[in-house]
Write a protein that binds this ligand. Structure first.
Ligand code: AR6
Length: 207
C-alpha cells in the first residue's frame, strides 16, 4: 500500500495508481490515501486511529456503512451510541456534526459518527457536507487521532452527487493537512473511487 511510482508529479502530489490505491501528499508529514474496500476492515499499525461512520441522527444503526460498522463492531457500539446525550428528542447528532465512541470489535480504536446531508431535502447540502468532514477532523484532533479513514459520506442513500461530494471532501481535508499522519478514503464502489482519485489529483496538484 505504501509503494509509490516515480510518476512525474509536483512535490505535493505523489500518486500511485496501483491496485492498492492512490497516494497523495497533503504536506511534508501527511498523506492522503484513497483505497477501494470495506471500511470495517481498515486497519493501520497504530492505536491513534478512527473510522468515520455515516450515521443517522439517532445514532443507533442503519443501512449501508452504518449497518456494516455496527455489525463489525458488535452490540457494544450501539450501547455506546445510546449513551451519547440527546440534544433534543431522538437526536444525538444533528446534521453536519460529529460524535466519537470506541471501536469495540473493529480494528480501529475509535468510531467518529457524523450525519451527512440528505441531498434533496437539506437547505444547504454543501455546507452540511463540509461540516460533517470538518467536524470529524476536529473531533479526531481533540482525541489525538493521527490516522483516520472516511467513507464517501452521503453518497449512498443520501443521494449526494459524487463529483461535488469529492470536491468538498478533499478540499475540507486539505484544511487539516498538517494535523494527521494519514487520512484515508476507503471506498467500496468503482465509480466513486475513480471520481475521488480524479478529484484528488486535480485539487492536490493545485496545492
Ligand atoms: N465500506 C466502504 N464504503 C461502503 C460500505 C463499506 N462497508 N458500505 C457502503 N459503502 P451510505 P449515506 C458506500 O448509504 O449516503 C444509513 O442508513 C456506499 O456504496 O452508507 O451517507 C445511515 O443510518 C456509498 O458509496 O451512507 C443513514 O441514515 C457510501 O458508502 C444513511 O444511511 C455511503 O453510503 C446515510 O446515508
Amino acid at each position: 500500500m505504501e509503494s509509490k511510482t516515480d510518476f512525474p508529479c509536483s512535490a505535493h502530489c505523489l500518486i500511485s495508481s496501483m491496485a492498492s490505491g492512490a497516494i497523495f501528499s497533503l504536506s511534508d508529514s501527511s498523506l492522503l490515501k484513497i483505497i477501494q474496500g470495506d471500511i470495517t476492515e481498515w486497519s493501520v499499525d497504530a492505536s491513534s486511529d478512527a473510522i468515520v461512520n455515516t450515521a443517522n441522527k439517532r445514532m443507533l444503526g442503519g443501512g449501508g456503512v452504518d449497518g456494516a460498522i455496527h455489525r463489525a463492531a458488535g452490540p457494544q457500539l450501539r450501547e455506546a451510541c445510546f449513551d451519547v446525550p440527546e440534544v433534543r428528542p431522538g437526536v444525538r447528532c444533528p446534521t453536519g456534526e460529529a460524535r466519537i465512541t470506541l471501536g469495540f470489535n473493529l480494528h480501529a480504536s475509535h468510531v467518529i459518527h457524523t450525519v451527512g446531508p440528505v441531498y434533496d431535502s437539506d437547505v444547504n447540502p454543501r455546507e452540511s457536507l463540509a461540516g460533517s468532514y470538518r467536524n470529524c477532523l476536529i473531533v479526531a484532533k481533540e482525541n489525538n487521532i493521527k490516522y483516520i479513514a472516511f467513507p464517501a459520506i452521503s453518497c449512498g442513500v443520501n443521494g449526494y452527487p459524487k463529483d461535488e461530494a469529492a470536491m468538498i471532501a478533499i478540499s475540507t481535508i486539505k484544511e487539516f493537512a498538517n494535523d494527521f499522519k494519514e487520512v484515508y478514503f476507503v471506498l467500496s464502489e468503482d465509480d466513486i473511487y475513480n471520481v475521488w482519485v480524479n478529484k484528488a489529483n486535480e485539487l492536490l496538484q493545485e496545492a
